[in-house]
Design a protein around this ligand. Structure first.
Ligand code: CP3
Length: 341
């Protein structure tokens, strides 16, 4: 690899500056994304390896980040299991056949890797394009977060149906979570075989859960998945909104990196973790709407706090919003790349 900053930091080795990539770095804030998006649907983009590679490469070529992330979505596992998935502009993701009964859970497939082969094909095309320059991060949704979309039928503010399921019918929730965890493990192993250099598990909506429910309905499945990966020298990043609170539990699943939301003081989180677990984060993405001197000052403030710490990857506390100015994202990355410890 020509640029080892990301992998070194992920394995808690010393780096001359923090590596940088951003969640949702290939997305709607980029005018070049729209040039492609106007011609195809989102799922067509994900399922056509050459297009998925074109989009993955946009932030590599235009922003100069230190790691690329596969262009796909966390909900493709739910689709492969039998979910009727669509993405509509302004509406977001929808499953037309939400899971509402035990029969619906039984109907979901767990031997469905053939339906995700397009992801392996995309990874191979992307690695040819990257040509050893920077690492490629693969990813999947964590079972709790994917379950919430399957049960709600789409995005939700309060996760009412998901919470009713875990509280009134915990045995059914566990049956569903176990099926998703099995598919997710197989799917991430497929990505490893296809050639990714790192993996991130997105448990975006874990924040909705109490401490006890997080342990029972999220953490234990994430732990199973991480333990089931066939990997050598390939770091696992565990992300959730709620990591400010759940980081000590997340650490028990033994990821190499914990990706932290923007609420916490990153150094305090890191100091409370076992040695050898790196942290990723945790700028509030809303900072990227602000004036450039503010962006620079906020990034430097975070870096001063983290000075002297090995095992720090700069990222946002959550994904880039679609209306954040492109020039501000580019500027933030330049600020990171000019910094030296
Ligand atoms: O980070 C990247 O650039 C890689 C690609 C990526 C996408 N989604 C592309 C995408 C990744 C890593 C994801 C993960 C994802 N998808 C998450 C976890 C990350 C997070 O933000 O917490 C979640 C919860 C989803 C589910 C999802 N997909 C939602 C809720 C939406 C709609 C969002 C919205 O603002 O409308 C999507 C669609 C989606 N996934 C888009 C992209 C680029 C937008 C599709 C479009 O062009 O309309």
């Amino acid at each position: 690899m020509e640029n080892n900053l990301f992998l070194d930091a992920a394995f808690s080795k010393q780096t001359e500056r923090p590596p940088v990539w951003m969640m949702r770095q290939a997305g709607r804030f980029m005018p070049q994304y729209w040039e492609i998006k106007n011609k195809y649907s989102f799922l067509e983009m994900c399922k056509t390896p050459e297009i998925a590679a074109d989009v993955t490469m946009l932030p590599v070529d235009l922003l100069g980040i230190d790691a690329a992330i596969l262009f796909s979505d966390i909900l493709v596992t739910g689709e492969a299991m039998g979910g009727d998935l669509s993405f509509t502009q302004g509406v977001g993701p929808k499953f037309a056949n939400p899971v509402r009964s035990e029969a619906d859970i039984d109907a979901l497939a767990t031997d469905c890797l053939d339906k995700l082969q397009y992801v392996a094909d995309a990874i191979k095309v992307i690695q040819q394009r990257l040509n050893g320059s920077i690492p490629l991060i693969g990813f999947a949704g964590a079972p709790f977060t994917v379950m919430s979309y399957l049960v709600e039928g789409g995005s939700s503010k309060d996760f009412k149906l998901t919470k009713l399921l875990i509280h009134n019918h915990p045995e059914l929730a566990h049956k569903l979570l176990a099926k998703i965890a099995k598919v997710t493990t197989d799917y991430l192993n497929l990505q490893i075989e296809a050639g990714v250099n790192a993996l991130q598990l997105f448990d975006s909506w874990a924040l909705a859960l109490s401490w006890n429910d997080y342990q029972e309905f999220s953490h234990q499945y994430n732990q199973q998945i991480i333990a089931g990966l066939n990997r050598t020298n390939l770091p696992i990043i565990s992300f959730c909104k709620g990591s400010s609170v759940f980081a000590p539990i997340m650490a028990e699943a033994k990821p190499d990196v914990i990706s932290v939301d923007w609420n916490a003081d990153l150094l305090n989180i890191k100091k409370a973790l076992p040695a050898g677990i790196a942290v990723q984060g945790n700028l509030d993405p809303h900072i990227l709407y602000a004036d450039q001197p503010v962006i620079k000052a906020q990034i430097h403030k975070l870096f001063e706090r983290m000075r002297g710490e090995n095992g720090f990857i700069f990222n946002l506390g959550h994904g880039i919003m679609p209306d954040i100015p492109f020039d501000n994202v580019k500027y933030a990355i330049e600020v990171v790349k000019e910094f030296r410890y």
